[in-house]
Design a protein around this ligand. Structure first.
Ligand SMILES: Cc1cc2nc3c(=O)[nH]c(=O)nc-3n(C[C@H](O)[C@H](O)[C@H](O)COP(=O)(O)O)c2cc1C
Length: 508
Protein backbone atom coordinates (compact mmCIF):
# COMPACT_ATOMS: atom_id res chain seq x y z
CA UNK A 1 0.00 0.00 0.00
CA UNK A 2 1.01 3.58 -0.51
CA UNK A 3 2.79 5.74 2.00
CA UNK A 4 1.29 8.94 0.53
CA UNK A 5 -1.46 10.77 2.36
CA UNK A 6 -4.04 12.84 0.58
CA UNK A 7 -5.12 16.29 1.68
CA UNK A 8 -8.69 16.16 0.37
CA UNK A 9 -9.49 19.49 -1.24
CA UNK A 10 -12.91 21.00 -1.89
CA UNK A 11 -12.52 23.43 -4.79
CA UNK A 12 -16.13 24.62 -4.43
CA UNK A 13 -17.25 24.32 -8.03
CA UNK A 14 -15.79 24.30 -11.54
CA UNK A 15 -14.70 27.93 -11.22
CA UNK A 16 -12.83 27.17 -7.98
CA UNK A 17 -11.16 24.20 -9.69
CA UNK A 18 -10.17 26.34 -12.69
CA UNK A 19 -8.73 28.97 -10.33
CA UNK A 20 -6.58 26.32 -8.64
CA UNK A 21 -5.40 25.10 -12.04
CA UNK A 22 -4.59 28.65 -13.11
CA UNK A 23 -2.55 29.26 -9.94
CA UNK A 24 -0.61 26.05 -10.64
CA UNK A 25 0.11 27.09 -14.24
CA UNK A 26 -2.13 24.31 -15.53
CA UNK A 27 -4.79 26.39 -17.33
CA UNK A 28 -4.53 28.06 -20.71
CA UNK A 29 -7.06 30.68 -21.86
CA UNK A 30 -7.83 30.62 -25.57
CA UNK A 31 -8.99 34.17 -26.34
CA UNK A 32 -8.81 34.07 -30.13
CA UNK A 33 -12.06 33.14 -31.87
CA UNK A 34 -12.47 29.39 -32.41
CA UNK A 35 -15.25 27.66 -34.35
CA UNK A 36 -17.38 25.19 -32.35
CA UNK A 37 -17.55 23.20 -35.54
CA UNK A 38 -14.49 20.89 -35.77
CA UNK A 39 -11.94 23.62 -34.91
CA UNK A 40 -12.42 23.58 -31.11
CA UNK A 41 -12.05 19.79 -31.08
CA UNK A 42 -9.01 19.91 -33.34
CA UNK A 43 -7.32 22.46 -31.06
CA UNK A 44 -8.12 20.28 -28.04
CA UNK A 45 -6.73 17.11 -29.62
CA UNK A 46 -3.54 18.79 -30.81
CA UNK A 47 -3.00 20.67 -27.54
CA UNK A 48 -3.48 17.83 -25.09
CA UNK A 49 -0.27 16.02 -26.08
CA UNK A 50 0.86 12.82 -24.34
CA UNK A 51 -0.42 13.97 -20.93
CA UNK A 52 1.58 17.19 -21.23
CA UNK A 53 -0.92 19.82 -22.39
CA UNK A 54 -2.79 22.41 -20.29
CA UNK A 55 -6.45 22.50 -19.39
CA UNK A 56 -8.18 24.79 -21.89
CA UNK A 57 -10.77 27.52 -21.44
CA UNK A 58 -12.19 28.70 -24.76
CA UNK A 59 -13.43 32.27 -24.23
CA UNK A 60 -14.38 33.27 -27.76
CA UNK A 61 -16.50 30.85 -29.72
CA UNK A 62 -17.86 31.55 -33.18
CA UNK A 63 -21.61 32.30 -33.25
CA UNK A 64 -21.69 32.59 -29.42
CA UNK A 65 -20.78 36.17 -28.54
CA UNK A 66 -20.80 37.69 -25.07
CA UNK A 67 -24.60 38.01 -25.15
CA UNK A 68 -25.22 34.35 -25.86
CA UNK A 69 -26.78 32.23 -23.11
CA UNK A 70 -23.37 30.53 -22.84
CA UNK A 71 -20.12 31.59 -24.52
CA UNK A 72 -17.30 29.55 -22.98
CA UNK A 73 -16.15 25.92 -23.07
CA UNK A 74 -13.77 24.28 -20.57
CA UNK A 75 -11.94 21.08 -21.53
CA UNK A 76 -8.89 18.88 -20.75
CA UNK A 77 -9.14 19.49 -16.98
CA UNK A 78 -7.98 15.94 -16.26
CA UNK A 79 -5.90 15.25 -19.37
CA UNK A 80 -2.72 15.00 -17.29
CA UNK A 81 -1.72 12.90 -14.28
CA UNK A 82 -0.54 16.14 -12.61
CA UNK A 83 -4.07 17.50 -12.57
CA UNK A 84 -5.58 14.17 -11.51
CA UNK A 85 -3.16 14.30 -8.55
CA UNK A 86 -4.32 17.84 -7.68
CA UNK A 87 -7.95 16.76 -7.88
CA UNK A 88 -7.16 13.93 -5.45
CA UNK A 89 -5.54 16.37 -3.01
CA UNK A 90 -1.92 15.45 -3.80
CA UNK A 91 1.13 17.28 -5.13
CA UNK A 92 1.05 17.58 -8.95
CA UNK A 93 4.42 15.81 -9.01
CA UNK A 94 2.99 12.62 -7.48
CA UNK A 95 4.05 9.61 -9.59
CA UNK A 96 1.23 7.78 -11.40
CA UNK A 97 2.22 4.62 -9.48
CA UNK A 98 1.12 6.33 -6.26
CA UNK A 99 -2.11 7.52 -7.91
CA UNK A 100 -2.92 3.90 -8.78
CA UNK A 101 -2.30 2.82 -5.17
CA UNK A 102 -4.54 5.60 -3.88
CA UNK A 103 -7.10 4.76 -6.58
CA UNK A 104 -7.47 1.29 -5.00
CA UNK A 105 -9.44 2.68 -2.08
CA UNK A 106 -10.77 5.91 -3.58
CA UNK A 107 -13.99 4.44 -4.98
CA UNK A 108 -15.04 2.75 -1.75
CA UNK A 109 -14.81 5.75 0.56
CA UNK A 110 -17.89 7.81 1.17
CA UNK A 111 -19.15 11.10 2.61
CA UNK A 112 -22.90 11.51 2.14
CA UNK A 113 -24.11 14.56 0.20
CA UNK A 114 -26.03 17.40 1.81
CA UNK A 115 -29.34 18.63 0.43
CA UNK A 116 -29.61 22.42 0.27
CA UNK A 117 -32.57 24.61 -0.70
CA UNK A 118 -31.03 26.43 -3.63
CA UNK A 119 -27.76 27.41 -5.28
CA UNK A 120 -26.17 29.21 -8.23
CA UNK A 121 -27.41 26.56 -10.71
CA UNK A 122 -30.93 27.96 -10.16
CA UNK A 123 -29.95 31.49 -11.27
CA UNK A 124 -31.62 30.80 -14.61
CA UNK A 125 -34.46 28.36 -15.21
CA UNK A 126 -35.70 27.53 -18.70
CA UNK A 127 -38.65 25.21 -19.05
CA UNK A 128 -40.85 23.49 -21.63
CA UNK A 129 -40.89 24.97 -25.10
CA UNK A 130 -38.33 27.66 -24.18
CA UNK A 131 -35.69 24.94 -24.03
CA UNK A 132 -33.21 25.25 -26.90
CA UNK A 133 -29.99 23.25 -26.70
CA UNK A 134 -28.63 25.17 -29.69
CA UNK A 135 -28.24 28.21 -27.40
CA UNK A 136 -25.13 26.48 -26.01
CA UNK A 137 -21.81 26.40 -27.92
CA UNK A 138 -21.84 22.61 -28.15
CA UNK A 139 -18.82 21.49 -30.17
CA UNK A 140 -18.87 19.17 -33.11
CA UNK A 141 -15.64 17.75 -31.74
CA UNK A 142 -14.56 15.87 -34.89
CA UNK A 143 -15.45 16.26 -38.54
CA UNK A 144 -16.37 12.58 -38.58
CA UNK A 145 -18.87 12.84 -35.66
CA UNK A 146 -22.56 12.44 -36.47
CA UNK A 147 -23.40 15.77 -34.80
CA UNK A 148 -22.73 18.09 -31.85
CA UNK A 149 -22.03 16.22 -28.60
CA UNK A 150 -23.32 18.03 -25.53
CA UNK A 151 -22.83 15.04 -23.22
CA UNK A 152 -19.19 14.10 -23.12
CA UNK A 153 -18.13 14.80 -19.52
CA UNK A 154 -21.38 15.53 -17.70
CA UNK A 155 -22.65 13.49 -14.77
CA UNK A 156 -25.78 11.64 -15.94
CA UNK A 157 -28.03 11.16 -12.88
CA UNK A 158 -30.67 8.42 -12.66
CA UNK A 159 -32.14 6.48 -9.75
CA UNK A 160 -33.26 3.00 -8.87
CA UNK A 161 -37.09 3.08 -8.71
CA UNK A 162 -37.16 0.77 -5.66
CA UNK A 163 -34.27 1.96 -3.48
CA UNK A 164 -34.15 5.57 -4.77
CA UNK A 165 -30.32 5.32 -4.74
CA UNK A 166 -28.95 7.61 -7.44
CA UNK A 167 -26.25 6.73 -9.98
CA UNK A 168 -24.04 9.28 -11.71
CA UNK A 169 -22.32 8.02 -14.88
CA UNK A 170 -20.60 9.55 -17.90
CA UNK A 171 -22.37 8.56 -21.12
CA UNK A 172 -22.14 10.22 -24.54
CA UNK A 173 -25.10 12.20 -25.89
CA UNK A 174 -25.71 14.16 -29.11
CA UNK A 175 -27.97 17.11 -29.80
CA UNK A 176 -30.64 15.74 -32.14
CA UNK A 177 -33.08 18.63 -31.83
CA UNK A 178 -33.55 21.71 -29.64
CA UNK A 179 -34.85 19.48 -26.84
CA UNK A 180 -33.70 15.95 -27.68
CA UNK A 181 -30.49 14.13 -26.74
CA UNK A 182 -30.04 10.50 -27.88
CA UNK A 183 -27.49 8.68 -25.70
CA UNK A 184 -25.33 5.55 -25.90
CA UNK A 185 -26.95 3.41 -23.21
CA UNK A 186 -25.69 -0.11 -22.56
CA UNK A 187 -27.74 -2.48 -20.42
CA UNK A 188 -24.57 -3.67 -18.66
CA UNK A 189 -23.92 -0.18 -17.26
CA UNK A 190 -25.63 1.08 -14.14
CA UNK A 191 -27.84 3.43 -16.17
CA UNK A 192 -28.91 0.31 -18.11
CA UNK A 193 -29.74 -1.50 -14.84
CA UNK A 194 -31.98 1.45 -13.98
CA UNK A 195 -33.69 1.37 -17.38
CA UNK A 196 -34.42 -2.34 -16.89
CA UNK A 197 -35.77 -1.75 -13.37
CA UNK A 198 -38.07 1.12 -14.45
CA UNK A 199 -39.32 -0.93 -17.43
CA UNK A 200 -40.01 -4.02 -15.32
CA UNK A 201 -41.94 -1.80 -12.89
CA UNK A 202 -44.21 -0.84 -15.80
CA UNK A 203 -42.93 2.66 -16.58
CA UNK A 204 -42.58 3.96 -20.16
CA UNK A 205 -39.93 6.51 -19.27
CA UNK A 206 -37.35 7.27 -16.59
CA UNK A 207 -36.40 10.61 -15.00
CA UNK A 208 -32.90 11.76 -15.84
CA UNK A 209 -30.73 14.82 -15.16
CA UNK A 210 -27.26 15.77 -16.31
CA UNK A 211 -24.94 18.00 -14.29
CA UNK A 212 -22.45 19.67 -16.62
CA UNK A 213 -19.52 21.57 -15.14
CA UNK A 214 -18.66 21.16 -11.49
CA UNK A 215 -15.49 20.04 -9.68
CA UNK A 216 -13.73 17.56 -11.96
CA UNK A 217 -14.01 14.85 -9.31
CA UNK A 218 -17.60 14.42 -10.53
CA UNK A 219 -16.89 13.27 -14.12
CA UNK A 220 -13.80 11.43 -12.82
CA UNK A 221 -15.94 9.32 -10.50
CA UNK A 222 -18.84 9.17 -13.01
CA UNK A 223 -16.48 7.63 -15.57
CA UNK A 224 -14.97 5.14 -13.09
CA UNK A 225 -16.33 1.73 -12.06
CA UNK A 226 -17.96 2.62 -8.73
CA UNK A 227 -19.52 -0.49 -7.13
CA UNK A 228 -23.24 -0.87 -7.83
CA UNK A 229 -25.52 0.56 -5.15
CA UNK A 230 -22.92 3.08 -3.94
CA UNK A 231 -23.87 6.57 -5.09
CA UNK A 232 -21.13 8.49 -6.91
CA UNK A 233 -22.01 11.64 -4.92
CA UNK A 234 -20.84 9.85 -1.76
CA UNK A 235 -17.54 8.91 -3.40
CA UNK A 236 -17.00 12.46 -4.69
CA UNK A 237 -17.66 13.72 -1.14
CA UNK A 238 -14.86 11.49 0.15
CA UNK A 239 -12.42 12.60 -2.56
CA UNK A 240 -12.91 16.29 -1.69
CA UNK A 241 -13.32 15.71 2.05
CA UNK A 242 -16.65 17.57 2.21
CA UNK A 243 -20.21 16.63 1.32
CA UNK A 244 -21.44 17.56 -2.16
CA UNK A 245 -24.23 20.13 -1.78
CA UNK A 246 -27.20 19.04 -3.87
CA UNK A 247 -30.39 20.77 -4.95
CA UNK A 248 -33.57 19.17 -6.20
CA UNK A 249 -34.30 19.43 -9.92
CA UNK A 250 -37.25 21.52 -11.14
CA UNK A 251 -39.13 18.93 -13.19
CA UNK A 252 -37.81 15.53 -12.03
CA UNK A 253 -37.25 13.97 -8.61
CA UNK A 254 -33.45 13.90 -8.82
CA UNK A 255 -30.64 15.89 -7.19
CA UNK A 256 -27.71 17.76 -8.76
CA UNK A 257 -24.77 19.83 -7.42
CA UNK A 258 -26.11 23.25 -6.34
CA UNK A 259 -23.18 25.08 -7.94
CA UNK A 260 -23.08 23.16 -11.24
CA UNK A 261 -22.71 25.30 -14.35
CA UNK A 262 -25.56 23.74 -16.33
CA UNK A 263 -28.19 21.10 -15.50
CA UNK A 264 -30.33 19.43 -18.13
CA UNK A 265 -33.48 17.72 -16.86
CA UNK A 266 -35.72 15.35 -18.75
CA UNK A 267 -37.09 11.87 -19.27
CA UNK A 268 -35.48 8.98 -21.09
CA UNK A 269 -38.25 7.37 -23.15
CA UNK A 270 -38.30 3.60 -23.67
CA UNK A 271 -40.61 3.24 -26.68
CA UNK A 272 -38.44 2.60 -29.79
CA UNK A 273 -40.81 4.90 -31.72
CA UNK A 274 -39.35 7.81 -29.70
CA UNK A 275 -35.71 6.97 -30.49
CA UNK A 276 -33.65 9.47 -32.51
CA UNK A 277 -30.57 9.09 -34.70
CA UNK A 278 -27.17 9.15 -32.95
CA UNK A 279 -23.55 8.58 -33.97
CA UNK A 280 -21.04 7.87 -35.22
CA UNK A 281 -18.57 9.29 -32.71
CA UNK A 282 -14.79 9.43 -32.36
CA UNK A 283 -14.57 6.91 -29.53
CA UNK A 284 -12.17 6.16 -26.69
CA UNK A 285 -10.26 3.67 -28.84
CA UNK A 286 -8.99 6.44 -31.10
CA UNK A 287 -11.28 5.12 -33.85
CA UNK A 288 -14.74 6.10 -34.97
CA UNK A 289 -17.24 3.71 -33.42
CA UNK A 290 -20.79 3.15 -32.28
CA UNK A 291 -22.53 3.19 -35.63
CA UNK A 292 -25.16 5.72 -36.63
CA UNK A 293 -28.43 4.28 -35.39
CA UNK A 294 -31.65 5.10 -33.55
CA UNK A 295 -30.97 5.39 -29.81
CA UNK A 296 -32.97 5.94 -26.61
CA UNK A 297 -33.46 9.67 -26.26
CA UNK A 298 -33.64 12.21 -23.45
CA UNK A 299 -36.62 14.51 -23.93
CA UNK A 300 -35.54 17.69 -22.15
CA UNK A 301 -38.08 19.21 -19.76
CA UNK A 302 -35.93 21.99 -18.27
CA UNK A 303 -32.46 23.54 -18.23
CA UNK A 304 -31.16 25.40 -15.20
CA UNK A 305 -27.85 27.22 -15.27
CA UNK A 306 -25.63 29.79 -13.63
CA UNK A 307 -25.51 33.24 -15.16
CA UNK A 308 -22.85 33.13 -17.88
CA UNK A 309 -22.40 29.38 -17.55
CA UNK A 310 -19.33 27.55 -18.80
CA UNK A 311 -19.94 24.38 -20.80
CA UNK A 312 -17.70 21.44 -19.78
CA UNK A 313 -16.76 18.93 -22.43
CA UNK A 314 -14.04 16.48 -23.36
CA UNK A 315 -12.70 14.95 -26.54
CA UNK A 316 -12.63 11.17 -26.65
CA UNK A 317 -10.01 8.95 -28.28
CA UNK A 318 -6.54 8.43 -26.85
CA UNK A 319 -3.87 8.06 -29.53
CA UNK A 320 -0.08 8.13 -29.67
CA UNK A 321 0.90 11.74 -28.96
CA UNK A 322 -2.53 12.80 -27.68
CA UNK A 323 -3.99 11.35 -24.50
CA UNK A 324 -7.65 12.02 -23.72
CA UNK A 325 -9.00 12.76 -20.25
CA UNK A 326 -10.64 9.32 -20.30
CA UNK A 327 -7.29 7.74 -21.23
CA UNK A 328 -5.43 9.48 -18.40
CA UNK A 329 -8.10 8.73 -15.78
CA UNK A 330 -8.58 5.14 -16.98
CA UNK A 331 -4.83 4.47 -16.84
CA UNK A 332 -5.08 5.08 -13.10
CA UNK A 333 -8.51 3.73 -12.18
CA UNK A 334 -8.53 0.64 -14.44
CA UNK A 335 -5.13 -0.33 -13.04
CA UNK A 336 -6.35 0.24 -9.48
CA UNK A 337 -9.48 -1.84 -10.16
CA UNK A 338 -7.44 -4.67 -11.70
CA UNK A 339 -5.16 -4.73 -8.66
CA UNK A 340 -8.19 -5.02 -6.36
CA UNK A 341 -9.62 -7.85 -8.48
CA UNK A 342 -6.30 -9.73 -8.18
CA UNK A 343 -6.17 -9.20 -4.42
CA UNK A 344 -9.74 -10.37 -3.92
CA UNK A 345 -9.05 -13.47 -6.01
CA UNK A 346 -6.08 -14.22 -3.75
CA UNK A 347 -3.38 -13.98 -6.44
CA UNK A 348 -0.12 -13.69 -4.46
CA UNK A 349 2.87 -11.44 -5.07
CA UNK A 350 1.34 -8.58 -7.10
CA UNK A 351 3.69 -5.60 -6.68
CA UNK A 352 2.45 -3.10 -9.30
CA UNK A 353 -0.27 -2.68 -11.95
CA UNK A 354 -0.44 -0.13 -14.79
CA UNK A 355 -2.50 0.60 -17.90
CA UNK A 356 -0.61 3.16 -20.04
CA UNK A 357 -2.96 6.05 -20.95
CA UNK A 358 -2.67 5.65 -24.70
CA UNK A 359 -4.91 2.58 -24.67
CA UNK A 360 -7.41 3.32 -21.86
CA UNK A 361 -6.93 0.03 -20.03
CA UNK A 362 -7.24 -2.38 -22.97
CA UNK A 363 -3.73 -3.65 -22.19
CA UNK A 364 -2.82 -4.15 -18.55
CA UNK A 365 0.71 -4.62 -17.22
CA UNK A 366 1.06 -6.59 -13.99
CA UNK A 367 4.33 -6.81 -12.06
CA UNK A 368 4.68 -9.80 -9.70
CA UNK A 369 7.14 -11.27 -7.27
CA UNK A 370 7.09 -14.77 -8.71
CA UNK A 371 7.37 -17.74 -6.41
CA UNK A 372 6.00 -20.51 -8.60
CA UNK A 373 5.41 -21.24 -12.28
CA UNK A 374 1.85 -20.48 -13.31
CA UNK A 375 1.41 -17.33 -11.27
CA UNK A 376 1.07 -15.22 -14.46
CA UNK A 377 -1.74 -17.49 -15.68
CA UNK A 378 -3.46 -17.06 -12.35
CA UNK A 379 -3.28 -13.28 -12.91
CA UNK A 380 -4.92 -13.52 -16.35
CA UNK A 381 -7.60 -15.99 -15.23
CA UNK A 382 -8.57 -13.82 -12.28
CA UNK A 383 -8.84 -10.68 -14.39
CA UNK A 384 -10.76 -12.28 -17.24
CA UNK A 385 -13.19 -13.98 -14.89
CA UNK A 386 -14.20 -10.71 -13.27
CA UNK A 387 -16.87 -8.32 -14.47
CA UNK A 388 -14.23 -5.57 -14.36
CA UNK A 389 -12.95 -7.10 -17.62
CA UNK A 390 -16.01 -5.67 -19.39
CA UNK A 391 -14.45 -3.46 -22.13
CA UNK A 392 -11.00 -3.77 -20.48
CA UNK A 393 -7.91 -6.01 -20.03
CA UNK A 394 -7.92 -7.65 -23.50
CA UNK A 395 -4.17 -8.17 -23.31
CA UNK A 396 -2.48 -9.03 -20.02
CA UNK A 397 1.31 -8.69 -19.81
CA UNK A 398 2.93 -10.07 -16.67
CA UNK A 399 6.53 -9.24 -15.72
CA UNK A 400 8.87 -9.86 -12.80
CA UNK A 401 9.48 -7.29 -10.08
CA UNK A 402 12.77 -6.09 -11.60
CA UNK A 403 10.82 -4.68 -14.58
CA UNK A 404 9.45 -1.13 -14.18
CA UNK A 405 6.00 -1.28 -15.77
CA UNK A 406 5.93 2.53 -16.14
CA UNK A 407 8.86 2.18 -18.56
CA UNK A 408 7.85 0.95 -22.04
CA UNK A 409 11.47 0.00 -22.77
CA UNK A 410 11.62 -2.22 -19.70
CA UNK A 411 8.40 -4.04 -20.64
CA UNK A 412 9.55 -4.42 -24.25
CA UNK A 413 12.89 -5.84 -23.09
CA UNK A 414 11.13 -8.37 -20.86
CA UNK A 415 8.86 -9.43 -23.73
CA UNK A 416 11.91 -9.75 -26.00
CA UNK A 417 13.96 -12.01 -23.73
CA UNK A 418 11.65 -13.71 -21.24
CA UNK A 419 8.91 -14.84 -23.62
CA UNK A 420 9.12 -18.17 -25.40
CA UNK A 421 5.94 -18.82 -27.38
CA UNK A 422 6.75 -22.54 -27.50
CA UNK A 423 6.79 -22.75 -23.69
CA UNK A 424 3.19 -21.64 -23.09
CA UNK A 425 4.18 -18.04 -22.40
CA UNK A 426 1.52 -16.95 -24.91
CA UNK A 427 -2.01 -18.00 -24.06
CA UNK A 428 -5.17 -17.11 -25.95
CA UNK A 429 -8.53 -17.21 -24.24
CA UNK A 430 -10.88 -17.27 -27.24
CA UNK A 431 -14.44 -15.98 -27.64
CA UNK A 432 -14.99 -14.17 -24.37
CA UNK A 433 -17.07 -11.06 -23.67
CA UNK A 434 -15.23 -7.85 -24.52
CA UNK A 435 -15.89 -4.62 -26.38
CA UNK A 436 -17.88 -4.06 -29.53
CA UNK A 437 -16.32 -0.62 -29.97
CA UNK A 438 -12.92 -2.27 -30.63
CA UNK A 439 -12.30 -2.12 -34.39
CA UNK A 440 -10.24 -5.35 -34.27
CA UNK A 441 -13.45 -7.19 -33.41
CA UNK A 442 -15.13 -8.40 -36.61
CA UNK A 443 -18.26 -6.48 -37.42
CA UNK A 444 -20.54 -9.47 -36.87
CA UNK A 445 -18.86 -10.19 -33.52
CA UNK A 446 -19.72 -6.72 -32.24
CA UNK A 447 -23.32 -7.81 -31.61
CA UNK A 448 -23.95 -6.65 -28.06
CA UNK A 449 -27.11 -8.74 -27.66
CA UNK A 450 -25.38 -11.96 -28.71
CA UNK A 451 -22.01 -11.47 -27.02
CA UNK A 452 -22.83 -9.30 -24.03
CA UNK A 453 -20.49 -6.51 -25.06
CA UNK A 454 -18.93 -7.78 -28.27
CA UNK A 455 -16.63 -10.77 -28.73
CA UNK A 456 -12.99 -10.65 -27.67
CA UNK A 457 -10.17 -13.16 -27.97
CA UNK A 458 -7.99 -12.34 -25.00
CA UNK A 459 -4.23 -12.78 -24.73
CA UNK A 460 -1.76 -13.39 -21.93
CA UNK A 461 1.91 -12.61 -22.50
CA UNK A 462 3.82 -14.19 -19.65
CA UNK A 463 7.08 -12.20 -19.74
CA UNK A 464 8.37 -13.54 -16.43
CA UNK A 465 11.45 -15.72 -16.11
CA UNK A 466 10.34 -19.34 -16.63
CA UNK A 467 10.72 -21.04 -13.24
CA UNK A 468 10.16 -24.39 -14.94
CA UNK A 469 13.57 -24.20 -16.67
CA UNK A 470 16.25 -26.52 -15.31
CA UNK A 471 18.78 -24.91 -12.96
CA UNK A 472 21.96 -24.40 -15.01
CA UNK A 473 25.11 -25.74 -13.31
CA UNK A 474 27.23 -23.31 -15.40
CA UNK A 475 25.25 -20.45 -13.84
CA UNK A 476 25.64 -21.68 -10.29
CA UNK A 477 22.18 -23.24 -10.40
CA UNK A 478 20.35 -20.16 -11.69
CA UNK A 479 17.74 -20.53 -14.47
CA UNK A 480 18.63 -17.29 -16.24
CA UNK A 481 22.05 -15.72 -16.77
CA UNK A 482 23.02 -12.60 -14.83
CA UNK A 483 22.11 -9.22 -16.31
CA UNK A 484 24.95 -7.05 -17.58
CA UNK A 485 24.16 -4.02 -15.41
CA UNK A 486 27.27 -3.39 -13.24
CA UNK A 487 27.38 -4.58 -9.66
CA UNK A 488 26.71 -1.96 -6.97
CA UNK A 489 30.34 -1.88 -5.79
CA UNK A 490 31.51 -1.15 -9.35
CA UNK A 491 28.88 1.55 -9.77
CA UNK A 492 29.88 3.18 -6.47
CA UNK A 493 33.55 3.19 -7.44
CA UNK A 494 32.89 4.86 -10.78
CA UNK A 495 30.45 7.34 -9.28
CA UNK A 496 33.18 8.56 -6.94
CA UNK A 497 35.25 9.47 -10.02
CA UNK A 498 32.35 10.90 -12.07
CA UNK A 499 33.34 14.57 -11.83
CA UNK A 500 36.93 13.70 -12.61
CA UNK A 501 35.73 11.88 -15.75
CA UNK A 502 33.96 15.04 -16.87
CA UNK A 503 30.62 13.31 -17.48
CA UNK A 504 27.26 14.81 -16.60
CA UNK A 505 25.49 13.63 -13.50
CA UNK A 506 24.33 10.08 -14.20
CA UNK A 507 20.61 9.69 -14.81
CA UNK A 508 20.21 6.21 -13.32
C1 LIG B 1 -15.67 10.65 -21.71
C2 LIG B 1 -16.37 9.36 -21.42
C3 LIG B 1 -17.42 8.94 -22.25
C4 LIG B 1 -18.09 7.74 -21.99
N1 LIG B 1 -19.14 7.36 -22.79
C5 LIG B 1 -19.85 6.26 -22.46
C6 LIG B 1 -21.03 5.91 -23.21
O1 LIG B 1 -21.42 6.61 -24.14
N2 LIG B 1 -21.73 4.80 -22.85
C7 LIG B 1 -21.31 4.01 -21.80
O2 LIG B 1 -21.99 3.02 -21.49
N3 LIG B 1 -20.20 4.30 -21.09
C8 LIG B 1 -19.48 5.42 -21.40
N4 LIG B 1 -18.37 5.74 -20.67
C9 LIG B 1 -17.89 4.81 -19.63
C10 LIG B 1 -18.67 4.94 -18.35
O3 LIG B 1 -18.69 6.27 -17.90
C11 LIG B 1 -18.04 4.08 -17.26
O4 LIG B 1 -18.10 2.72 -17.67
C12 LIG B 1 -18.71 4.25 -15.91
O5 LIG B 1 -18.17 3.32 -15.00
C13 LIG B 1 -20.20 4.07 -16.01
O6 LIG B 1 -20.81 4.35 -14.79
P1 LIG B 1 -21.66 3.21 -14.06
O7 LIG B 1 -20.64 2.19 -13.61
O8 LIG B 1 -22.31 3.93 -12.94
O9 LIG B 1 -22.60 2.68 -15.09
C14 LIG B 1 -17.69 6.94 -20.91
C15 LIG B 1 -16.66 7.37 -20.07
C16 LIG B 1 -16.01 8.57 -20.30
C17 LIG B 1 -14.93 9.03 -19.34
Amino acid sequence: MTTMTRKPTAFGDMRGWMKALDAAGELHNVDAEVDWKVELGTVTRLAQGPGTGSALLFNNIKDYGKNARCHQVFTSGLASARRVAMMMGLSPDTHARELVKIGRTLLTESIAPKIVKTGPVKENIVKGKDVDLFEFPVPQWNRIDGGRYILTYGGVVTKDPHTNVMNVGVYRGMVADKNKIPILMWRAQHIGHHVTAWQEAGYKEMPIAIAIGWEDSLPFVGGSPVPKGLCEYDVVGAIRGEPVELVKCETVDLYVPASAEIVIEGVLKFDPDTYTMEGPFAEFTGYVAGDRSLKPTIHVTAITHRTDPILRGTIEGSMPGSFSENGVCSSIMRAATAWNVLDRAGVPGVTDVWCPPVQTGINVYVQIKQSYRGQAKQVANALWGSSAAHVRYKHVIVVDDDIDIHDYAAVDWAVAYRVNAGENDIVIMPSTFGAGLDPSTRRRDRNVVQFGTGKWNRLLIDATVNLDYDPDPDLGGARFPPKVWPEQKDIDAVQKRWDELGLDKRKR
